[in-house]
Design a protein around this ligand. Structure first.
Ligand SMILES: [Zn+2]
Length: 142
């Protein structure tokens, strides 16, 4: 039996990962619950390094407008802040899957979608192509 050589393409990018603090995760869940039954949207703050998106802060976007089916904000009003790594918004009804509108409005490195009832396991991270990304929450020591 011939050994099949495994070729690693140099052009192949590693899977992007999302790491979030517990505090940021809890903040997102609280904000989504507050906005229910409307969609809530927040800007994710943190850093992006070597394919890893680190989230440790949240910013309420300026001039945001929300409704039961759409949450958005005009990107032109956003300052070009390198600590803005993406957005998170809620889907009060249905699954936490990115819609066509969501992908068109992609901002930064990651788009997180939270589905109702906004519990710990209701957050899902996606890249620009709508591909599900691995997400880790750093639990704070008590
Ligand atoms: Zn959406």
């Amino acid at each position: 039996m011939k050994a099949i050589p495994v070729i690693f393409k140099k052009t192949q990018r590693p899977q992007r990962k999302v790491v979030m603090t517990e505090q940021a995760r809890n903040g997102i869940l609280t904000y989504c619950k507050m906005n229910h039954p409307n969609e809530g949207i927040l800007i994710l703050r943190g850093a992006y390094k070597k394919g890893q998106v680190f989230v440790d802060g949240l910013v309420i976007p300026p001039f945001s407008h929300t409704g039961p089916t759409f949450a958005g904000f005009p990107h032109t009003f956003l300052p070009l802040d390198p600590s803005y790594v993406g957005t998170v918004h809620s889907h009060p009804t249905g699954e936490a899957k990115p819609s066509v509108t969501d992908l068109h409005n992609f901002f930064g490195f990651v788009s997180i979608i939270v589905q109702s009832p906004y519990e710990d396991g209701d957050l899902f991270a996606y890249d620009r192509d709508g591909k599900l990304l691995e997400m880790t929450v750093i639990l704070e020591k008590s």
